[in-house]
Design a protein around this ligand. Structure first.
Ligand code: TXE
Length: 479
């Protein structure tokens, strides 16, 4: 499969005709080639977006909402294919790709269509004047997304950017180009206006950097690692671009002494190992009250060892491969480091050698490690794989202090049978997204994002619509 860029409504090769391989990580085989685009390709995309900008922003918001619904319909018809491509591209189980990635890719468009419909006029009355707030498009916006939830996170940005009248230059991760390409096929099939959405495939340091640097691209919405976020911010800030950064996480799952231990063990295992731990919201540090620590650990290990690791294409598989051989090596190096730091592996701890056709796949067993200090590298750095550390605490205040003892502040969950107590603990965790007795339960109207090294800004509902708008206040003196 040769993937091209999608610019001005057409699939076109990179100017330099340079392509690179794209792998299926669960079988370690090349499945496609994609453009290794450069600033020349980004320039072509910006020219196309410039030509499309006026007509698109002059549409009524109702017309743009109709387009969002048409895209959703087009994706809906190809949901099975989206799930299959996402599973092949990432190594995640097909069932997870269907339930999470494909469904959310469609619902992102329908959600923002509905949410934009409810946008009211913003007015502020004075005794002798009226203030009208006008929402204008930013113009051309740059969207850069990671490999863990490829189409889910790309459409999470495209939908609000579109409905607010912007034109788009988007770059998916070079590891996961396939579903972004399918989106372009859907756009072509519904005669979506040329140049409004442009997808430039390629490496972050080439095409990605070129998007962030381009003077005509006036906002950057980035989701990815904290280190990359620093590079993006350093480039965009002096250009006074609007910037949204959704970065890494090292989230705590806090098990209070009055928790329903069976439900908490299920929840903690799901939070730690969904998508092989490759979700920024994953609960990679599990904090357990002293009095229930041993009982809980036994239940948790049982939950983890009940998870079926296998061929992502099998319906019965719960855990697939990680995204790449390189990432597998990084994850395994952290497990090795944990043992060197005195950690004890309670389950997992190594690469899994699988039968045909996955014998060369990047499979890591879900791993639980106890006995590490809360400030050890494995308990403070983002591993972004199927590895969780478990720690014990005496009081709720100790748990809160441990949860806050990292440079990150994205998410977390608290498990207890006293929800008021759970809320009180959650409110003191320095994170943007917290759950009590659940995890990854998402209302798209809510603010989503983190603090500290987890990023800047919020996505979701009004926060997305405001990010992709420039607000003008017009104050009219009454006659
Ligand atoms: O990130 P990378 P990855 C985070 C997650 C983890 C990371 C994994 O916590 O840390 O994402 O995704 C492009 N200029 N989140 O490894 O490497 C790159 O090509 C411009 C948090 O993909 O940062 C890719 O398209 N772009 C999140 C994108 O940046 C550059 C939820 C991300 O790549 C670039 C999901 C450069 N110099 C994952 N270098 C959340 N908080 O919601 C790379 N890229």
């Amino acid at each position: 499969m040769q993937i091209e860029n999608f610019i001005d409504g057409k699939f076109i090769p990179p100017v330099n005709k340079d392509y690179m391989d794209n792998y299926n990580p669960a079988e370690n085989v090349v499945i496609a080639t994609i453009p290794n685009s450069t600033s020349e390709d980004v320039d072509l995309a910006v020219k196309a977006a410039s030509r499309a900008q006026l007509a698109w922003s002059n549409l009524t918001i109702k017309d743009r909402i109709q387009w969002l619904r048409k895209i959703a319909e087009g994706l809906e018809l190809r949901k099975t294919e989206i799930a299959s491509l996402e599973s092949i591209d990432t190594g995640k189980p097909l069932t997870l790709a269907a339930k999470v990635d494909a469904n959310r890719s469609v619902s992102n468009f329908n959600f923002f269509a509905e949410h934009a419909e409810q946008l009211g006029e913003l007015r502020f009355e004075m005794p002798d004047a009226t203030n009208y707030v006008k929402r204008k498009p930013v113009g051309i916006v740059g969207l850069i997304t990671p490999w863990n939830l490829p189409l889910y996170l790309l459409t999470w940005k495209i939908a609000p950017a579109l409905v607010m009248g912007n034109t788009i230059i988007a770059k998916p991760s070079e590891m996961t180009p396939l579903t972004a390409n399918l989106l372009c096929e859907v756009l072509a099939s519904i005669d979506f206006p040329d140049g409004v959405i442009n997808i430039v495939q390629g490496l972050g340091k080439n095409a990605g950097q070129a998007i962030v640097e381009h003077p005509k691209i006036r906002a950057i919405s980035f989701t990815g690692g904290t280190d990359t976020g620093k590079i993006v911010a350093a480039t965009a800030a002096p250009m006074f671009k609007k910037l949204s950064l959704e970065l890494g996480g090292k989230n705590a799952t806090i098990i209070l002494d009055d928790a329903d231990l069976a439900a908490a063990a299920k929840g903690a295992a799901r939070a730690a190992f969904t998508n092989s731990g490759q979700v920024c919201l994953c609960g990679s540090r599990i904090l357990v009250a002293d009095s229930i620590y041993q009982v809980f650990i036994d239940l948790l290990v049982m939950e983890i060892e009940a998870m079926k690791i296998g061929n992502p294409r099998n319906e019965s598989t719960d855990i697939g491969s990680v995204i790449s051989q390189t990432h597998m090596a990084k994850v395994l190096s952290y497990i090795k480091l944990a043992v060197e730091d005195g950690g004890k592996i309670l389950t997992g701890g190594s690469r899994l050698l699988m039968p045909e056709p996955n014998q060369e796949g990047a499979f890591v067993a879900p791993t639980l490690i106890e006995g590490l200090p809360i400030d050890s590298r494995c308990a403070t750095e983002e591993i972004f794989g199927p590895v969780a550390t478990i720690h014990r605490f005496a009081t709720d205040q100790d748990a809160i202090a441990m949860a806050n003892a990292t440079q990150y502040g994205l998410a977390g969950s608290v498990w207890t049978t006293d929800t008021e107590r759970g809320k009180a603990v959650a409110e003191q965790v320095e994170s943007g997204v917290l759950w009590v007795n659940t995890w990854l339960h998402r209302d798209l109207r809510t603010p989503f994002g983190g603090v500290k090294n987890s990023g800047v800004g919020r996505e979701g509902g009004d926060w997305s619509l405001n990010f992709f708008s420039e607000l003008s206040n017009i104050c009219v003196k009454n006659d």
